[in-house]
Design a protein around this ligand. Structure first.
Ligand SMILES: [Zn+2]
Length: 88
């Protein structure tokens, strides 16, 4: 993925020539930057909190699914408690 625009590129874009093509097309102002600039970007990206990276890589739909299953387990826990209290 591109560290400048956070855009996920296709599999064939991993090739250096494709990356250079993307850089020229989308970030013409960055083509003159040296390798150190990109290594700093990469370092910053990798030092981001894990949770942040996790949510960045999952889609909104997956996030909703996670929330739904969390709500489901809450419901189960609540109804389980009710059944227990009704018996006593
Ligand atoms: Zn980009």
């Amino acid at each position: 993925m591109c560290l400048l625009c956070n855009k996920v590129l296709g599999n064939d874009a991993v090739k250096p020539s494709k990356l250079q093509d993307h850089l020229r097309r989308c970030h013409p102002d960055k083509t003159e930057k040296d390798l150190k600039y990109f290594q700093t970007l990469k370092d910053k990206f990798q030092k981001r909190p894990t949770l942040d990276r996790m949510f960045a890589s999952t889609s909104q739909r997956n996030d909703d699914g996670l929330r739904a299953s969390y709500n489901n387990s809450l419901l189960i826990a609540k109804s389980g408690n009710r059944i227990l209290s009704e018996k006593s």
